[in-house]
Design a protein around this ligand. Structure first.
Ligand code: UT7
Length: 337
């Protein structure tokens, strides 16, 4: 059962015009190809835990809960490669001693986190779980790379889940999750893990390393094969949505709000069209925040709840595609928030 929601974005805003002054792009290209007009970015010194803490506190307040039995943080940008960031967030929220761990499924992370949190409750390991999706994704980007800086922003969103009756508003009805590791190269930061460890500092940009070779400086940045990701995203978000709806016994006509991963307005519209869901039932906040990776769905939920676009009893379909490749969908009804 979902029983609280909250979001947070860092204060600094980068508009398309700001980007056009820095890299070879235009406001018109970004708006027409992605739907994005601005994004919030972290200032130096702000990390994922700082965003996660604020969103987590907002969700706890919305749920009327001071503590929970577990904290799950979906992120691809932990404060440090080791350890996970969730324990730090739990401690800062006054929950030292509470089980807390990270989930990394990139842009599908929040939907995977929903499954993890729901599973903890179903297994009797927790009565209430705080699930946060948070990413300071711009910290992974080469500031010179127009392919990626135009797309991503930073933020955090969170929900509180609790045990409850499947008939109550807020009930989580069904999931569909999947992955395809053969597509891992499509979305990647090649270096900094165990395949290409980075030791010491890496000097100025050099070409991508061959497998087995030492990593090059360019390999520390995030890279995305945008066009291929676009195709797979539309296909998988559509099929996964259908599978989750089928498990819930719902049709696409039952969906009051489609909350897709906010990657690109064209992807959201294509998925809505494939499913036969009118565009006005597809939630869009990417124009204001860009693609915030694991934060994108909970942030969209927080924005939809605060603007009145989500009301008690609404039937909601969440769907995402991300690095891995991973994808997932979740069907729920909206609680009183
Ligand atoms: O969050 C995880 C999931 N991620 C996604 O779902 C992202 C999916 N992909 C996309 O949203 C889109 O593929 C992008 C927004 C990343 C790119 O849009 P596109 O329409 O697929 O463009 P493209 O990559 O096919 O590039 C078209 C042209 C290229 O120029 P040429 O080769 O046609 O001369 C690019 O170099 O647009 C160029 N281009 C740009 N031009 C101006 C790429 N980025 C930019 C830019 N400004 N920022």
């Amino acid at each position: 059962m979902l029983c609280g929601v909250g979001g947070h974005v860092p204060p600094s805003v980068v508009t398309n015009a700001d980007l056009a002054a820095r890299v070879d792009t235009t406001d018109e290209w970004i708006r027409t190809r992605t739907g994005i007009t601005r994004r919030h970015v972290v200032d130096p010194g702000t990390a994922t835990s700082d965003l996660a803490e604020r969103a987590g506190a907002a969700a706890l307040e919305s749920a009327g809960a001071a503590t929970v039995d577990a904290v799950v943080l979906a992120t691809t940008t932990p404060d440090h490669p080791c350890p996970g960031t969730a324990p730090k967030v739990a401690e800062r929220l006054g929950m030292s001693g509470t089980p807390a761990y990270d989930v990394n499924a990139v842009c599908s992370g929040f939907v995977y986190g929903m499954a993890t949190a729901t599973g903890l409750i179903a297994a009797g390991l927790a009565d209430r779980v705080l699930l946060i999706g948070a990413d300071a994704f711009t910290t992974l980007l080469d500031p010179e790379d127009r392919d990626t800086v135009a797309v991503f922003g930073d933020g955090a969103g969170a929900v509180v889940l609790r045990s409850g009756d499947p008939g109550e508003p807020g009930a989580v009805h069904a999931f569909d999750l999947g992955s395809d590791g053969s597509l891992a190269d499509l979305i990647m930061v090649p270096a900094g893990g165990s395949r290409y460890p980075t030791r010491g500092t890496v000097p100025g940009a050099v070409p991508r390393a061959e497998p087995g070779a030492e990593p090059g400086a360019g390999d520390v940045w995030f890279s995305m094969q945008g066009r291929a990701v676009y195709r797979h995203a539309v296909r998988r978000m559509t099929s996964s949505s259908r599978a989750a709806l089928l498990r819930a016994g719902w049709t696409t006509g039952d969906v009051d709000l489609l909350v897709g991963h906010q990657a690109n307005i064209r992807i959201l519209r294509a998925v809505a069209d494939e499913l036969g869901i009118p565009h006005d039932r597809a939630c869009v906040d990417l124009d204001q925040v860009g693609n915030t990776a694991a934060a994108s769905i909970p942030l969209a939920l927080a924005h939809a709840a605060s603007s009145g676009a989500l009301r008690e009893g609404d039937r909601v379909l969440l769907t995402a595609f991300g690095g891995g490749a991973t994808w997932g969908s979740c069907v729920l009804t909206w609680p009183k928030t």
